[in-house]
Design a protein around this ligand. Structure first.
Ligand code: NAI
Ligand code: MG
Length: 494
């Protein structure tokens, strides 16, 4: 079947600088890269070029750092009355909401994410700013019990210049997880979006011109990972990098941080287990397991790509899972009914389809999917392997596409052993009707988030991050405020 998807009514991309190459925001000015270099961003639904974007390198990063440093030292932001800072964050949330449909369309165009999902993502981005807008007035210190003749207290202070380096699988949402808590605590920010999906970051920054942020408090530097990204990671005058992306790049960022011992938060990859026990609601477990690796075409850090199923319900569950997978509708990201868009790039397409070949070569059997989709876009069919051993590459490596492995187990101990036998530890899921099993298993799994009878639900109020090689530190909730501040203790002899 020929499935060639054209974008029905592409959103306008004449923001920032008319129809030309997109400049970046440095110190309140829209500027091109000093070198004049640009890179291309592509629509993954049809492979066509959307726009040229400024490709920053270390020279431009230096300028952005200088602007952010100046804005920090001028302290019009960091010393702003907390109520006023709160109001600016609230205004940012409202500005996003006022431009919600436009931002959602732009996100769908650039990243191929179905519009029904990007609408939710934009709402979630606004909610992140709303949530953190409540915090500036609630960041408390302590009075420390050091004795009668001494007054000793501790306060939280902004770190300084904080950079966010974000991936392409949730461009605005990921940016908001960095920017909102950084600004709430009085820092100045440099955002580097992923090269595949920079457009919403630029439009977002332009929209923020409607809010009362002093120039230089929020900067956007566009460019490639090895250029702009590496220059940020190594920069001696950046106080913190908060990164979301692959484990390999996360290790490079941590390595580059040693020069000035900058603070680093890493949100990395995963190979998350989804354990289906014999007593589970099989239909529900199947729907959750399917969404666990099909939503966003599997390009999700918490994707449940190792589906562990108890022997006695293996066949019944496999059948229900294949049925649940078939409910995903591949199509034009701009069609309201589409639930499965393309993967983000040709490179990602080659990677994912390469893993399907690897899985077959390793002796995995394809239970569903695995067929090419006839389109000029980078579409991949949801694909399920069965007969998978946890030592195979398709069970160990992050594929980042709609590809999962079904792995049988006989008892709970074996399930725990297989689930934890991975270098990753971002997420895990359990399907059971037994409340005791749910709690005891949740304790035994080495993962930063454990879901029971659901999958992929996150909330801004809870700490999020990975065990083992899935991360370093936590984001969201109050933990993000700690991660964007230093603690200072003051001792006064009375
Ligand atoms: P990546 O981790 O290299 O890219 C993420 C961000 O890091 C982008 O903004 C990129 O420009 C930047 N970056 C790249 N190299 C850098 C460096 N040396 N220093 C500083 N910043 C750098 O991921 P990529 O190459 O886009 O995708 C490759 C694989 O990584 C995917 O197939 C997937 O398996 C994994 N990935 C995982 C993500 C997750 O959330 N767990 C997100 C994105 C990718
Ligand atoms: Mg793109």
């Amino acid at each position: 079947m020929m499935r060639n998807f054209e974008v029905a009514a592409p959103p306008k991309i004449d923001f920032v600088d008319g129809g030309g190459a997109k400049p970046m925001l440095i110190g309140g000015e829209w500027v091109h890269a000093k070198s004049g270099r640009t890179f291309t961003t592509v629509n993954p639904a049809n492979g066509e070029t959307i726009a040229e974007i400024a490709a920053a390198d270390s020279e431009d990063v230096d300028l952005a750092v200088a602007a952010a440093r100046r804005a920090f030292e001028e302290s019009t932001w960091r010393d702003l009355n907390p109520h006023a800072r709160s109001k600016v964050l609230l205004d940012m949330a409202e500005a996003i909401e006022a431009h919600a449909e436009e931002l959602a369309q732009l996100e769908s165009l650039d990243g191929g994410i179905p519009i029904a999902i990007t609408r939710g993502m934009v709402a979630s981005t606004a909610l992140t700013f709303r949530y953190y807008s409540g915090w500036p007035t609630k960041i408390l210190g302590t009075v420390n019990p050091v004795g009668d003749s001494v007054h000793c207290y501790s306060v939280r202070e902004a770190l300084g210049v904080c950079a966010g380096i974000v991936p392409w699988n949730g461009p605005l949402v990921m940016a908001s997880w960095k920017i909102a808590p950084a600004l709430a605590t009085g820092n100045t920010v440099i955002l580097k979006p992923a090269e595949q999906t920079s457009l919403t970051a630029l439009r977002f920054a332009e929209i923020l011109g409607e809010c009362d942020l002093p120039p230089g408090v929020m900067n956007v530097v566009t460019g490639l990972g090895e250029g702009a990204g590496a220059a940020i990671a190594a920069h001696p005058d950046i106080d913190k990098v908060s990164f979301t992306g692959s484990t390999m790049t996360g290790k490079k960022i941590l390595g580059a941080s040693v020069g000035n011992l900058k603070r680093v938060t890493l949100e990395l990859g995963g190979k998350s287990p989804h354990i289906v026990l014999a007593d589970a609601d099989i239909e529900l477990a199947a729907r959750n397991a399917a969404s666990g690796f099909c939503v966003m075409s599997g390009q999700v850090c918490v994707a449940g790509t190792r589906i562990l199923v108890q022997d006695s319900v293996h066949d019944e569950f496999a059948e229900a899972l294949i049925k649940a997978m078939s409910a995903y509708k591949i199509g034009d990201p701009f069609d309201d009914g589409t639930t499965l868009g393309p993967v983000v790039s040709k490179q990602q397409f080659d990677r994912v389809t390469g893993y399907v070949t690897t899985g077959k070569d390793e002796g995995g059997r394809i239970a569903a999917g695995g067929e090419p989709v006839n389109s000029s876009g980078y579409f991949v069919e949801p694909t399920l392997f069965e007969g998978v051993d946890n030592r195979m590459r398709i069970a160990r490596e992050e594929i980042f596409g709609p590809v999962a492995a079904l792995i049988p187990f006989s008892d709970v101990d074996e399930a725990v052993r297989i689930a934890n036998d991975t270098p990753y530890g971002l997420a895990a899921a359990i399907a059971t009707r037994d409340v005791s099993t749910a709690h005891t298993l949740a304790r035994r799994l080495r993962a930063g988030v454990v879901w029971v009878n659901t999958h992929g639900e996150l909330d801004l109020t809870f700490p999020f991050g990975g065990f083992k090689q899935s991360g370093h530190g936590r984001e969201l909730g109050a933990q993000s405020l700690d991660a964007f501040t230093e603690l200072k203790s003051v001792m006064i002899r009375l």
